[in-house]
Design a protein around this ligand. Structure first.
Ligand code: PGA
Length: 239
């Protein structure tokens, strides 16, 4: 069995050194080797986490596929590697929604990451409309088929993040999560792909969700901003 995963996506939060230091002070007591706890902070905070907690994994919320050049505001894979970052989140629904990232753009990032030694964590998920039309698996297959063409799934991890569940407090049913994760495992065709659930996971639902088949852990947004709640999630995920 893979070590269970609890990955905190700080998004555009935890913006100051003081906030991170205060957060880590509360969370420190809950950290355990039994769970793979990882932080995706704003890139500028990676150095701070590294200096205060050198053993704590901290990875990137995004990266560009361009190696270098006139791409104002982007961050390169070389920069991530220089900061000892080994994983990058790709295709988060907020990137798709607010920055127009397409499956093709995500695929280009996957290729560049895999070639250069960054492991992608690729987010996929259906919209509310797709879910209501009974097209959840078709939507996931549409996304995953683009990625399957460009790399072996053994080189990446997947996060199932139904768009309607992100930041809304609305989660799918246990049956829905189990069905989708089991389908994704079959589609990936390998145990090497770790499959996280993301979308309003928290300290209350984590104990149940972690027991579902093919749920290897969680990609957590809001609940990860509260170190007490996140600490409880660590215990729940380890149990
Ligand atoms: P949420 O976000 O836990 O706040 O729903 C999850 C995510 O966006 O990865």
């Amino acid at each position: 069995m893979v070590k269970r995963l609890l990955w905190a996506n700080f998004k555009l939060n935890m913006s100051t050194k003081a906030q991170i230091a205060e957060y880590m002070q509360v969370l420190a007591a809950s950290l355990t080797d039994e769970v793979d706890v990882v932080f995706f902070p704003q890139l500028t905070q990676v150095g701070l986490l590294a200096s205060v907690y050198p053993d704590l994994a901290r990875w990137a919320q995004n990266v560009t596929h361009h190696a270098n050049g006139a791409y104002t505001g982007e961050v390169s894979i070389a920069t991530l590697l220089d900061l000892w970052i080994q994983y990058a989140l790709l295709g988060h629904s907020e990137r798709r929604q607010y920055y127009g990232e397409t499956d093709q753009a995500v695929a280009a990032k996957i290729i560049a990451c895999v070639e250069q030694g960054i492991r992608p964590v690729v987010c996929v998920g259906e919209t509310l409309e797709e879910r209501e039309a009974g097209k959840t698996l078709a939507a996931l297959e549409r996304q995953l088929s683009v990625y399957k063409e460009v790399c072996s799934f053994a080189s990446l991890d997947l996060a199932y993040e139904p768009v309607r569940a992100i930041g809304t407090g609305l989660t799918p049913t246990n049956e829905d999560i189990a069905e989708v994760h089991t389908w994704m495992r079959g589609y990936a065709g390998t145990e090497k792909t770790r499959i996280l659930y993301g979308g309003s996971s928290n300290d209350v639902n984590a104990p149940t969700f972690i027991q579902l088949p093919n749920v290897d852990g969680f990609l957590v947004g809001w609940a990860a901003l509260d170190p007490v709640k996140f600490g409880k999630m660590i215990s729940a995920t380890a149990a």
